[in-house]
Design a protein around this ligand. Structure first.
Ligand code: NAG
Length: 394
């Protein structure tokens, strides 16, 4: 079962998106300007190796090897930070994919889609790749929590994310995508969940990270997503410049294929910490933070003019209201999501009423900590130790 990968807007402004609100128009408007030139800082091991070389110290073999495959890639926000897109090279062709830690399929807009579906997207054409190999008889089909879906057939190719390269990575070619994908800026998804929820049949395929892991200096990746600005994913190393203080780790339960953890509780603003276990997943592919009705109601209780707005499908408030910080526990660490970053987007053309970034998870049965959380916290996805690390941003 794959539930939420991409609850892009939750039930959120979905209704207003469909009827062509300003939000929708702005999204279309941004299609051709999402990718700014990716600034690729030298990765940790490479920098270390370069420093050793400069001082005439022999470079240890493992470091030399690691320095080759660790990498950084930009994560560029779409309008309103609805999703973050990263350039990915597949067999020599570059597409802009949404890295999604809440799903485990790497799929891409392909030349097998109808011309109308291809419009506005970069397209991967396997016949133009000398390294593509078809996996005959294989197919994939995925449905996400917002009702969107995609399907097609499968092959393998060389996939590079920054300087991190995997040969023979399963690449799932879209033949059909639902309308919401046609209208979004991404050319597909790069799943970073666990391979147990990959949808390729008859044989499930490993994710890009799972394939890259043995070649990385550390089998981990990190997410540094920023509000209205390019951030980055790093593979194989933790960049100290991306966080302040120390990283606090918590075990991950992989049973459902997600980066799932239990937070011991939360607080709102300067209120007391409330001890209540929150079963949550860290999901870069979801825009908002979705949690229990009780916590959501508690969060907006103190916000002037906030209300559960049925026509918008969630909590709204006057855009000039001040939102409190939302703090969740990671063991004894208190991870702060800044109130100013909880604000998601106006629901009207005049910018009077705003839609909140913290909303109900409904009957999903799990909290989904999406991009609203990642914009305030630096997160380490530590595959080697099956744990998540959280730290404040500088
Ligand atoms: C919200 O959190 C930030 C970052 O931890 C902190 O600097 C600020 O004082 C907090 N604001 C309030 C109103 O507590």
């Amino acid at each position: 079962m794959h539930i939420f990968g991409q609850i892009l807007l939750a039930s959120a402004a979905l209704s207003s998106l469909v009827d062509g609100s300003p939000l929708e128009k702005r999204k279309v408007f941004t299609i051709n300007q999402i990718i700014k030139p990716a600034k690729v800082p030298r990765n940790g091991p490479a920098a270390y190796a370069a420093a050793l070389a400069k001082h005439g110290v022999p470079i240890p073999a493992n470091l030399a090897a690691a320095a080759v495959n660790d990498g950084t890639v930009a994560a560029n926000p779409d309008e309103n930070d609805v999703q973050y897109l990263s350039p990915v090279n597949i067999g020599g062709q570059t597409v802009d994919l949404d890295f999604d830690t809440g799903s485990s399929d790497l799929w891409v807009f392909s030349n097998q889609l109808s011309a109308t579906s291809q419009r506005g997207h970069k397209i991967y054409n396997p016949s133009k790749s000398s390294t593509f190999k078809r996996l005959t008889g294989y197919s994939w089909q995925i449905s996400y929590g917002d009702g969107s879906s995609a399907s097609g057939d499968v092959g393998t190719d060389t996939v590079s994310v920054g300087t991190t390269k995997v040969t023979a990575q399963a690449v799932e070619l879209a033949k059909r995508v639902s309308a919401s994908f046609v209208n979004q800026a991404s050319d597909g998804l790069l799943g970073l969940g666990f391979g147990s929820i990959n949808t390729v049949r008859p044989v499930q395929q490993k994710t890009f990270f799972e394939n890259a892991s043995p070649t990385l200096s550390s089998p981990l990746f990190t997410a540094d997503l920023r509000p209205q600005a390019p951030g980055a994913y790093d593979f194989g190393f933790v960049d100290k410049a991306r966080y302040s203080g120390t990283i606090h780790y918590t075990p991950v339960n992989t049973a459902r294929g997600f980066w799932e953890f239990t937070s011991p509780g939360y607080s709102v603003g300067n209120g007391a910490f409330k001890t209540t276990p929150i079963d949550a997943i860290a999901d870069t592919g979801t825009t908002l933070l979705l949690t229990t009705d009780a916590i959501v109601a508690d969060y907006y209780r103190g916000v002037r003019g906030a209300k559960l707005d049925d026509t918008q499908g969630g909590y709204t408030y006057p855009c000039n209201a001040k939102l409190p910080n939302f703090t969740f526990g990671v063991g004894s660490y208190r991870a702060v999501i800044k109130g100013s970053l909880v604000n998601f987007a106006p629901v009207d053309a005049t910018g009077t009423t705003c839609f909140g970034g913290i909303q109900s998870a409904g009957d999903i049965g799990l909290s989904i900590f999406g991009d609203i959380m990642f914009k305030s916290q630096f997160v380490v996805f530590d595959g080697g130790n099956t744990r998540l690390g959280f730290a404040n941003k500088p």
